[in-house]
Design a protein around this ligand. Structure first.
Ligand SMILES: [Zn+2]
Length: 477
């Protein structure tokens, strides 16, 4: 741990020195809000628009597309994809805000400082802190997941979650809303940290207020706060809305509160909001899960765009990090009939779905039998299948390893919906972005450019911060 931790502390030390040594550069936006819809592209938004019955907020502000490829693959994963947005530098698979190796990459990285290979890269969140701005992260996953991690931590493997957690509590970030309490506690208290290590206690020691219930959100006044609303990830939106009055907060509620708190500072703020589970819905090829996640993300984006529209000093960018699932409206079942597709052909199967595929798997439990599966599909998805089909499906799901919900969606998708999916992984096409406010970009943009233009908007010189940092002799291992 010490090996990993020391260089990161040095990074922060160097960042502080960098800030002290040179006068702050002038930006043209007081605040930047970056909203990341993890793992989606145009066609998923089209479906959500049909489902909602009106244009989405992000569609109203759509201004262009982002090229998402990473340093060592034409198809991006979230760690390097988010790192590009966080640092303005294209990096390699699994890397969290660490510069790519110096050779073997697809294209030369022009923005990577010389000698920076395998070393931490300064992020916009860190740069914003140095300028005295408030900083915040709002997610629906556990806070050590790749996308949030890219803004406040530096590790070579996105699965190095304990070190991501350690770095997060020392990062000085003002506000964190999401899930992942288990990453703050030792195993004797239900967590995953070694005995004797308690990051929740460390957060309190550092002066953070901790809240765990959505009911505490409305009255919250503290300006340094962690809202940890689940032991692991928050619920999928489609499942969250079915829960009782103590339900977890929505992404829009968390975003609204984050903006209210962060905007109290005189110096402005940087906020990253992630619709974390759009990606998971697309990995599962689960259209109902997907459509609720997109609409929840759009509701959060509306809060941000509305805030920015009332003032002239806030840049909002809403975009994806990559596409997932290869979703299409139309599949093999519409090969000969696509030009006669009616709205109800598309939406009726979806409207009958009242929970995610993962929730059906959870309800099935370990002692699953075909009858139970059959009745769950009837009750929650409005789908009737024969007993023989239920038996075959159950066997396939049991053989599907970690993701039985993928097998469930593979069965349902082609037969009961008109949606197509090409993969349970990611795809490499460009993704759309929406933007509003000073410095709002337009056109076809390279992913790292997003990070650089956010930095520029806030007057953060990432090159300067990196040029100080790269004199450290060590990297993060
Ligand atoms: Zn992603």
């Amino acid at each position: 741990m010490r090996k990993i931790f020391l260089p990161v502390l040095l990074l922060f030390f160097n960042l502080m020195n960098a800030g002290a040594a040179s006068p702050p550069d002038e930006g043209f936006a007081k605040n930047v809000i970056l909203l990341i819809a993890d793992g989606t592209s145009l066609e998923q938004y089209t479906l959500a628009r049909w489902f909602k019955g009106e244009k989405l907020t992000i569609e109203k502000h759509r201004r262009g597309t982002v090229m998402t490829y990473i340093a060592d693959s034409v198809i991006a994963d979230s760690a390097p994809a988010a790192s590009a947005y966080a640092t303005g530098v294209r990096t390699a698979d699994k890397f969290i805000s660490i510069a790519a190796p110096s050779s073997g990459m697809l294209t030369p990285e022009l923005n990577c400082p010389e000698d920076a290979a395998l070393k931490p890269l300064a992020t916009i969140l860190e740069g914003a802190r140095l300028k005295g701005k408030k900083t915040g992260i709002v997610v629906t996953c556990h806070f050590t997941h790749a996308t949030p991690a890219a803004f406040f931590s530096h590790v070579r493997d996105r699965e190095d979650k304990l070190n991501i957690a350690r770095q997060s509590v020392e990062s000085g970030i003002d506000l964190m809303f999401g899930g992942g309490k288990k990453y703050l506690l030792p195993s004797s208290e239900g967590g995953v940290l070694p005995e004797g290590e308690n990051l929740l206690a460390r957060l309190k020691e550092r002066g953070y207020a901790i809240i765990e219930k959505s009911g505490e959100l409305a009255a919250l006044k503290d300006e340094k706060v962690w809202g940890i609303f689940a032991n692991d990830d928050l619920l999928p939106e489609i499942d969250r809305i079915q829960t009782g009055p103590d339900k977890e907060p929505s992404l829009a509620e968390m975003t609204g509160k984050a903006i209210e708190i962060l905007s109290k500072g005189d110096e402005g703020f940087f906020l990253m909001v992630e619709g974390s589970q759009i990606d998971w819905a697309c990995h599962a090829n689960d259209p109902a899960y997907l459509v609720y996640e997109i609409i929840a993300f759009d509701d959060a984006a509306k809060v941000a765009f509305d805030f920015a529209k009332k003032r002239k000093d806030t840049l909002v960018i809403a975009l994806s990090d990559h596409n997932t699932g290869g979703f299409s409206i139309g599949n093999r079942s519409t090969d000969g009939t696509y030009s006669q597709t009616r709205i109800e052909d598309m939406l009726n199967p979806l409207k009958k779905m009242k929970c995610s595929a993962a929730s059906i798997v959870k309800r099935l439990g370990k002692d699953a039998d075909a009858n139970k599966l059959k009745s769950l599909l009837e009750e929650f998805w409005g789908i009737s299948i024969q007993e023989q089909a239920a038996q075959e499906l159950l066997a396939t799901m049991k053989n599907a390893g970690k993701y039985p919900q993928n097998a469930l969606c593979d069965f349902v998708g082609p037969k009961y919906t008109i949606f197509g999916w090409t993969t349970h992984g990611h795809t490499g096409g460009d993704v759309p972005f929406a933007a509003y406010g000073p410095g709002a970009p337009e056109g076809s943009i390279d992913a790292p450019e997003i990070g650089r233009l956010c930095a520029e908007a806030l007057g953060i010189n990432l090159n300067k911060l990196n040029s100080v940092n790269i004199h450290r002799k060590d990297g993060v291992r």
